[in-house]
Design a protein around this ligand. Structure first.
Ligand SMILES: [Zn+2]
Length: 307
């Protein structure tokens, strides 16, 4: 392909190839998400071979850009498929992590009935069991939960408490899809009350909160603040740069994570619906940052946050 016909993205991708890319970790992405509801999801909603065929080249593209680990944040009852993930991992050479936990966000439609009936201790037991025994032969490496906007409903608080209990027992880090800054603060209070270290809590979707004072407050308390909607759109790029500048100015980059929440195959939509590629953070965003900052955000911090 002649140079002048290449898009900027293709050019950067090939340039990164030549430069032996730095190793990196994508902490928040998805292979597949099924938004059908806890009682309506399950095997048969999609053909794993089709998803495999679609996603494999997308992962190979980031493997070429240096991605060593991909954390799949799709929770149980939303299409978590460890078997598919391990197939993709073997085919691409990228380590792919799955998770345990439950997602209470979006008004609880992704919670199974038992989440309403059981206490935090019982839910935690289930997750500890999954972490120890594995799911379809794969051991979850982090706890992924989701909560609604604060003030948090009681059941959301219970999910957070369960995560804190399971986190303490397993040592796994909690990544929580969080509706707003108030919910972030509430969750950290619950987690700390259960004697979980703040460093084991990741505020997912912190970029959805426009008030930087929450970012500062959470990071100063020792939690991780994750700006995870980095993408190709100029508005999103500028907002994420602003977030990073704010954290940098306050000497809080050591508590900051970035990712894209990209992907993903959506069962029930033609060809799995629109797919957001995983490469944008490398081709559109990282080149805007100092190299040392890229290494901190995409390699050192993910390892510090999740092990
Ligand atoms: Zn996500």
């Amino acid at each position: 392909m002649p140079y002048d016909k290449r898009t900027r993205r293709e050019f950067l991708a090939s340039a990164a190839l030549l430069a032996a890319p730095e190793p990196s970790i994508l902490v928040h992405e998805h292979v597949l998400v099924d938004f059908n509801g806890a009682d309506k999801t399950g095997p048969g909603r999609y053909d794993p071979d089709v998803v495999f065929g679609l996603v494999k080249p997308k992962l190979e593209a980031v493997a070429r850009l240096g991605c060593k680990r991909f954390q799949d944040c799709t929770p149980n009852f939303l299409g978590r498929d460890p078997k598919l993930l391990s197939r993709l991992s073997q085919a691409t050479g990228i380590e792919i992590w799955t998770n345990t936990g439950l997602y209470a966000a979006r008004n609880h439609v992704f919670l199974p009935a038992y989440a309403h009936q059981e206490g935090a201790g019982q839910l935690a037991r289930r997750w500890v069991e999954e972490a120890r025994q594995g799911v379809d032969g794969v051991k979850p490496r982090f706890i992924k939960i989701g909560v609604n906007r604060g003030p948090l409903p009681d059941i959301d608080k219970k999910i957070v408490r369960a995560a804190a209990l399971a986190g303490k027992e397993t040592g796994l880090t909690i990544a929580s899809h969080t509706g707003n800054g108030i919910a972030a603060v509430e969750q950290l209070e619950i987690a700390l009350k259960e004697k979980l270290s703040a460093a084991k809590f990741v505020w997912v979707h912190a970029d959805g909160e426009k008030d930087h004072s929450f970012h500062k407050r959470m990071a100063e308390a020792g939690a991780w603040v994750e700006f995870d909607h980095v993408g190709p759109k100029p508005d999103a790029i500028e907002w994420h740069i602003e977030c990073l500048q704010f954290m940098d100015k306050n000497k809080l980059l050591g508590r900051t994570l970035i990712s894209q929440d990209a992907g993903y195959y959506r069962p029930g939509e033609p060809n799995g619906g629109p797919f957001k590629d995983y490469t944008h953070i490398y081709t559109d965003f990282a080149p805007r940052l100092p190299a040392a900052m890229v290494r901190t955000l995409l390699w050192e911090n993910p390892r510090a946050a999740f092990g």
